[in-house]
Design a protein around this ligand. Structure first.
Ligand code: G3P
Length: 254
């Protein structure tokens, strides 16, 4: 199997950052909660200071951890993920920020752990690689992620994506049978189809505001799979599926 096989099924539901309306985003608890309610899970991967792949969405730790409350890190503003070692990242609570007036700590989620989860649960995964080009070379980023996938033997479940399309090109060069998607927001590359061909992706991910029937039709005719983010309205989901969109990322699972 491969993620490309999953694309043959209609109306795919992707659990955005795990299941972020229900549990703290990008935590194991969010992933667990999404099982049985989605066709695939989407999480965000970046690297710790020494290059260990960790699952965090924002560039900084402020919003989704307790970093600001810990004296040890008070000189580390703006709390950039890639400035923190793996040991430091492991010291933080990724859960309690989500709840009102209760402490429910969640540990750091690593890519290694996510890939174990994927295999145990036989669930498909879209791994969004965050743009780390201000800190690491493209090769460092892509090879760190691919090594983990290789080591866990979970390739059959994975779709890689990124706003940094250089990562997708490199990924295809190193691992041609690993499906990839180009991710964009608010603006299509121009000309779209020749561009997607030039970077060798299998799928195209874009935001709902950018959707129009003509573009969807063109993409389908050219053989691209389409996932749209972030679609929380049930009727809108159906409209998109009727238009020919393969899948949506959503915060709300049924
Ligand atoms: O990967 C699709 C979607 O999740 C992109 O938006 O902001 O969650 O990275 P964001």
């Amino acid at each position: 199997m491969s993620f490309l096989e999953l694309f043959k099924r209609p109306a795919l539901i992707g659990a955005h950052r795990g299941f972020l309306s229900n549990r703290p985003e990008n935590t194991l608890s969010a992933l667990n909660q999404s099982i049985g309610h989605c066709d695939f899970i989407e999480v965000d991967v970046q690297l710790s200071r020494e290059g260990i792949a960790v699952i965090i969405h924002d560039d900084t730790l402020e919003r989704t951890t307790n970093v600001k409350q810990l004296k040890a890190y008070k000189t580390r503003i703006p709390y950039k993920v890639t400035d923190f070692t793996y040991a430091e990242l492991s010291d933080l609570d990724y859960g309690s920020w989500f709840y009102i007036n209760v402490k429910r700590p969640e540990p750091l989620l690593t890519l290694k752990k996510v890939l174990e989860f994927v295999k145990e649960n036989q669930i498909y995964l879209n791994l969004e690689i965050k743009d780390l080009s201000d800190t690491f070379s493209d090769m460092q980023v892509v090879s760190s992620v691919l090594k983990e996938i290789e080591a866990s033997d979970s390739k059959d479940f994975i779709l890689l994506s990124s706003f940094r399309h250089e990562y997708m090109q490199l990924g295809k060069q190193i691992q041609p049978d690993l499906p990839t998607a180009a991710l964009v927001e608010d603006k299509h590359p121009n000309p779209l189809i020749p561009y997607l061909k030039s970077i060798g992706v299998d799928a195209y991910h874009f935001n709902d505001a950018l959707v129009d029937e003509t573009t969807v039709k063109k993409l389908k005719e050219a053989g691209y799979y389409i996932n749209i983010y972030t679609v929380n309205d049930f009727l809108r989901r159906q409209q998109l599926f009727d238009m020919g969109v393969n899948g949506v990322f959503t915060d709300y699972l049924e």
